[in-house]
Ligand binder design. Structure first.
Ligand code: FAD
Ligand code: DLZ
Ligand code: SF4
Length: 506
């Protein structure tokens, strides 16, 4: 009665439900480097290297713990390149009677797994992924009967459930959310901590050669490769963050600085999403740092909200709304993704900075993703499916369950307002207020229309007016449309003409 336990690249946790259900005396673990997974979108080279190296490293503690691990490398002879066929071969090879898996993070892969029972003639047990705090059933319950699915209310339930930052029944400090204190622009002369850099070991070096060889044409710089690839390394990155960056995490959460890619962000999402760090344990560490002093409440609360609030909430939305969610296109946007999302060759300094650091590090922080590249794509009317594929490919932390609701819902408003009560649309003024990008830009952020005007300025109005029929009724946009209504006709025309002229260059 030997069973096959398949562990995926983003399931690198020793506490995984499939491992808990297995018996190391008889069962076999399968881990496989799969061409289809590396290419269903053309993932950033650093992301592929990170996952392959982390997978190879994860096989070691498993073996040390007494598990039998069948590890299929990308270049192993006979690697057939898909999960389905590798599982099929392994079932035969080990003569297993059942397959056990922890539920995958993507609908695509779940559907594949559900086909194995009939396709391979062996029962498949898909277990819940209990690394998340909110189960699917719990989220469905929460969502049922609600007109609007607002993160804030969901988050409060998660605070109560986990007892994080609670004073009995009440939130610590008396308020649930301290975001109002978290919108300071940063100055370039502030001291900026940097995430620790891990030197590639022999396993990583071998993977880097493989990735250079087989995925050389993919977007992004492979080296310098500095990610941690083990739970221990990720733990060290967490300690470093708590000590050096967390105290200012809240204050400067929305800031952007030209030569500071990380500011006070944790740069932990790729570790958490791959399973190297446990999200709840991370939050407990942050809570402890608040209790022992040195970390203000607005920082601890802001950070914990991102994980037990946003992260859990977008996952709930993904499974609630798939498979149809990926095709939503509320504004009917059809324009192709401009080349500069891959090349960074644009005069817009903000986009150039965001794309360049995405290229070097497979990382950009939230406000760059939301208010620079995301905002631009929505204002310019880019097809949300193409925007989605870009984000899924280029970030080391991107898996569809978390990337899709953030991109399609939060940043593109392509679901018509399930995640946000209004589109995150902003003109150049917002970027100028929160960053120092505009100082070094060929465009003039103060200029509204005409030759050197910041493109975000005319695009902002053009977007609103193009979509007036679906946006004017939005109560949160009332003031904005009143401003437009009061505008002189020649000014309105100048905005529309400038936008049209710019869009033609894309
Ligand atoms: P920090 O700012 O330090 O935040 C702490 C942690 O909170 C993160 O590590 C992450 O685990 C969690 N978190 C914060 N915001 C979110 C959020 N909105 N949704 C889910 N978790 C969140 N995050 C991903 O993990 N994968 C993605 O593919 C992804 N795609 C995105 C696409 C767009 C268009 C946008 C606007 C956001 C996206 N995010 C995604 C959310 C967020 O930008 C990243 O989680 C964050 O930038 C990761 O960097 P960090 O670890 O330094 O985060
Ligand atoms: C993203 C990714 C990549 C690039 N490669 C692999 C792989 O070779 N083997 C594997 O098991 N998983 C990989 N992954 C992660 C999967 O795509 C991920 O597990 C599914 O998309 C479900 O979230
Ligand atoms: Fe971006 Fe406009 Fe500022 Fe240039 S002027 S950096 S395009 S916001």
């Amino acid at each position: 009665n030997r069973r096959l336990i398949l562990i995926l690249g983003d399931q690198l946790s020793l506490s995984l439900s499939s491992l808990q259900a297995a018996d190391k005396a008889q069962d076999v673990i399968l881990m496989a480097e799969i061409m289809e997974e590396a290419t269903y979108v053309p993932h950033h080279k650093k992301k592929i290297a990170f996952l392959f190296s982390a997978m190879r490293h994860f096989a070691e503690p498993l073996r040390q713990n007494g598990w039998t691990v069948d590890y299929v490398r990308l270049d192993d002879e006979g690697n057939s390149g898909s999960f389905s066929s590798e599982v099929k071969h392994a079932v035969k090879r080990h003569n297993t009677s059942h397959i056990i898996v922890t539920e995958p993070g993507e609908w695509r892969v779940k559907r594949m797994m559900e086909s194995w029972q009939d396709g391979l003639g062996v029962p498949v047990h898909i277990l819940e992924d209990d690394r998340f705090i909110c189960s699917h059933a719990e989220f469905v319950d929460w969502a049922e009967g609600r007109k609007q699915l607002r993160m804030e209310y969901f988050y409060r339930d998660m605070r109560r459930k986990t007892d994080l930052l609670m004073d009995g029944e009440k939130p610590a400090g008396g308020k649930w959310n301290y975001d109002a204190e978290n919108r300071k622009p940063a100055k370039a002369d502030l001291f900026m901590p940097r995430p620790p850099r891990t030197k590639p070991d022999a396993i990583t070096k071998e993977v880097l050669t493989l990735v250079a060889d087989r995925f050389g044409g993919h977007f992004g710089d492979l080296e310098p490769f500095w990610f941690a690839v083990t739970a221990k390394g990720a733990e060290a990155a967490l300690n470093h963050f708590i000590k050096h960056a967390l105290p200012s995490f809240g204050d400067y959460q929305d800031a952007m600085i030209r030569d500071e890619r990380f500011l006070y962000h944790s740069v932990l999402s790729h570790y958490i999403n791959a399973g190297l760090l446990d999200p709840l344990a991370v939050c407990r560490r942050v809570e402890e740092a608040y209790h022992t002093g040195g970390v203000p409440l607005n920082a601890a609360e802001g950070f914990i909200r991102q994980i037990i609030g946003w992260r859990e909430y977008v996952r709930g939305i993904y499974w609630l709304k798939m498979p149809g969610y990926v095709d939503e296109n509320f504004f009917g946007h059809r324009r192709a993704l401009p080349d500069f999302y891959w090349t960074a060759e644009t005069d817009m300094a903000c986009i150039r900075a965001a794309v360049n650091q995405t290229k070097t590090d497979a990382y950009a922080h939230h406000i760059q993703r939301l208010m620079v590249t995301g905002n631009f794509a929505m204002l310019a009317g880019i097809d949300p499916a193409q925007v989605h594929e870009w984000y899924l490919a280029v970030y080391a932390d991107a898996y569809e369950w978390v990337e899709l609701p953030n991109t399609l819902g939060m940043s593109q408003f392509a679901d018509g307002g399930l995640l946000g009560s209004k589109p995150y649309a902003a003109s150049g003024n917002y970027i100028n207020k929160m960053s120092d990008y505009c100082d070094g830009c060929r465009y003039d952020v103060k200029k509204k229309t005409g030759e050197n005007a910041c493109p975000f300025n005319p695009l902002y109005w053009d977007f609103l007016i193009r979509n007036e029929n679906v946006l004017r009724g939005n109560p949160r946009l009332g003031q904005v449309f009143r401003t437009w209504d009061r505008m002189a006709e020649d000014k309105k025309k100048a905005y529309r003409d400038s936008a049209a002229k710019f869009l033609k260059t894309l």
